[in-house]
Design a protein around this ligand. Structure first.
Ligand SMILES: NC(=O)C1=CN([C@@H]2O[C@H](COP(=O)(O)OP(=O)(O)OC[C@H]3O[C@@H](n4cnc5c(N)ncnc54)[C@H](OP(=O)(O)O)[C@@H]3O)[C@@H](O)[C@H]2O)C=CC1
Ligand SMILES: O=C(O)C1=N[C@H](C(=O)O)C[C@H](O)C1
Length: 241
């Protein structure tokens, strides 16, 4: 596969190493310094773009790919208020757009476990849910995209209505975002009562799981069109419920 990397930071470099190991070719690398190159990019030899950039640049990058029919998968967090726009554009243009807040298979199993636990706890009103995420100090957004997906999973299966970094009420899941080094990504869901606590935690030991997931999705995406997500990918792998 010929891959265009949009964003060549910690994740872009990790993805490059794994993609080359799997015999793919990196045909272009776009970062902040050469961002304007994307608007003149000749996509003839590009099978897929992998976009891990920054909250402020993701929308423009994805808009370019979708408008120019370059199949694209993105992992950038902190820009999702505009995701619907990209999805609408993808349908209009007949292009391919895949998004996941977390590409790690382990985290996606954890997402399923989180929903199962939320369903189980939904009748146990003496327990109060909360989420804690820990990431490295270079991270630009808070809370993490993964923490937001976890909160959405709980909201789907319970009476919680929203999440917040500050606000406290019975209808809101509080999220605590901790920044310390080194921390590739740790997420904990806690149900606390006066009598006891129940906790589940996923700890990433490195960025390898995120990068491997992104490369596997890029390979899977080859014959696909439309708006796709991890649910579609995991269904094909038979690891969803
Ligand atoms: N979904 C998932 O599984 C995961 C998602 N992430 C998310 O991915 C994103 C990237 O993470 P990470 O690699 O750690 O971050 P880094 O800060 O290490 O890298 C960001 C990269 O984006 C580049 N960039 C900045 N502006 C633009 C632009 N306009 N066009 C193209 N590239 C640009 C930067 O360029 P320069 O080097 O010149 O500054 C840099 O290379 C974050 O949003 C993070 O939350 C991270 C891990 C897993
Ligand atoms: O910025 C990171 O590093 C990560 N970002 C993603 C997120 O915001 O959830 C995924 C992972 O936790 C690492």
């Amino acid at each position: 596969m010929d891959i265009l990397l949009i964003g060549y930071g910690k994740m872009g470099k990790e993805i490059e190493a794994l993609a080359v190991e799997r015999n793919h070719t990196i045909v272009g690398k776009i970062s902040k310094t050469n961002a304007s190159d994307l608007s003149n990019y000749n996509s003839t030899n590009t099978d897929v773009a992998i976009e891990f950039s920054e909250p402020d640049s993701a929308f423009k990058n994805l808009q370019y790919c979708v408008n120019n029919n370059i199949p694209v998968l993105s992992g950038t967090t902190g820009w999702l208020d505009k995701k619907k726009e990209i999805e609408t554009l993808t349908k209009e243009k007949g292009s391919t757009f895949f998004y996941a807040s977390n590409y790690s298979i382990g985290v996606n199993l954890f997402f399923q476990l989180n929903k199962q636990l939320a369903e189980l706890m939904s009748t146990q009103k003496q327990y109060k849910a909360s989420i804690k995420e820990i990431h490295h100090t270079q991270k630009k957004d808070a809370p993490s995209g993964t923490a937001i997906t976890l909160a959405e999973g709980i909201i789907e299966k319970s009476d919680y209505k929203n999440w917040s970094l500050e606000e406290k009420s019975n209808e809101i899941i509080p999220i605590e975002a901790v920044r310390e080094d080194p921390a590739p990504g740790t997420h904990t869901i806690k149900y606390a009562s006066e009598i006891d606590d129940i906790e589940i935690t996923h700890t990433a030991h490195s960025r390898k799981g995120f990068a491997m997931g992104a490369v596997l999705v890029a390979e899977w995406l080859q014959d696909k069109k439309g708006v796709l997500s991890m649910a579609d990918f995991l269904k094909d792998l038979k690891i969803n419920n």
